[in-house]
Design a protein around this ligand. Structure first.
Ligand code: AP5
Length: 217
């Protein structure tokens, strides 16, 4: 199974991807997570991405396309979920070209829909584990012990780009450059599963699983 998860920042892409990959045995390929690992490792790519990420803009398409096509090529044949990629029409075209060359295609695009008003509280309340990548929320998905990862890794941290100012830039970037990606796939008659993600996390998960099963993906 090969899926793309689309949605604005804070829509719950990472949260739902973790549940999808667990249920269907897929690889989770998150462009944001890969970029954060590159930054932590101090690589050239990480250094180039830093200023774009910290301001809420997009990292240049050529860097992202090479990075994500490389990640796809490294996954096993069991399939994958793309989280945060493609984020521009140019990235979607780059992905299409690479898949076509390999004789592959995306089975479905899961689109999480959340109004802007719901986003800020989600992002500023998010806490993540820098060791295992688990994501929590101070109200909506609390860890068992305040500020600590449930898996015993250690203290949780707040992402630097989750401040109100950067979140507002990320939303602006989403509307200006990423929202059009849905139209790109609509115009190509791709299978699109639209999910109301403005409801509790477990209800969203249930709706995603139901939609995937109803579409026989
Ligand atoms: P990235 O890490 O991809 O950030 P994002 O797309 O802005 O998405 P987030 O990870 O912030 O949110 P999410 O939808 O995964 O939500 P989550 O599940 O965590 O990218 C970061 C940066 O990297 C970009 O700004 C850009 O600079 C760069 N970048 C990445 N990809 C790129 C690309 N392709 N091209 C160019 N640049 C790129 O949930 C958020 C919080 O809400 C959590 O606390 C969660 O517990 C809570 N929550 C989740 N669902 C619900 C719910 N239903 N109800 C209540 N709370 C919920």
């Amino acid at each position: 199974m090969k899926l793309i998860l689309l949605g604005p920042p804070g829509a719950g892409k990472g949260t739902q991807c973790k549940r999808i990959v667990e249920r269907y045995g897929l690889a989770h390929l998150s462009s944001g997570d890969i970029l954060r690992s590159e930054r932590a490792a101090g690589s050239d790519l990480g250094k180039k991405a830093q200023s774009f990420m910290d301001s809420g803009g997009l990292v240049p398409d050529d860097l992202i396309i090479d990075m994500m096509i490389g990640a796809i090529r490294k996954t096993s044949s069991t399939g994958y979920v793309l989280d945060g990629f493609p984020r521009t029409i140019v990235q979607a075209e780059g992905l299409d070209a690479a898949l076509k060359k390999a004789g592959e295609q995306i089975d479905a695009i899961v689109c999480l829909q959340v109004p802007d008003e719901a986003i800020l509280g989600r992002m500023t309340g998010r806490r993540s584990c820098p060791q295992c990548g688990a994501v929590y929320h101070v109200v909506n998905l609390k860890p068992k012990k305040d500020g600590w990862c449930d898996k015993g890794c250690g203290p949780l941290v707040q992402r630097k780009d989750d401040t109100p100012e950067v979140v507002s830039n990320r939303l602006k970037t989403y509307h200006e450059q990423t929202a059009a990606v849905l139209g790109y796939y609509q115009s190509r008659q791709s299978r699109i599963l639209e999910i109301d993600a403005d409801r509790p996390i477990d209800s969203v998960t249930e709706a995603v699983f139901k939609a995937l099963e109803a579409a026989s993906v």
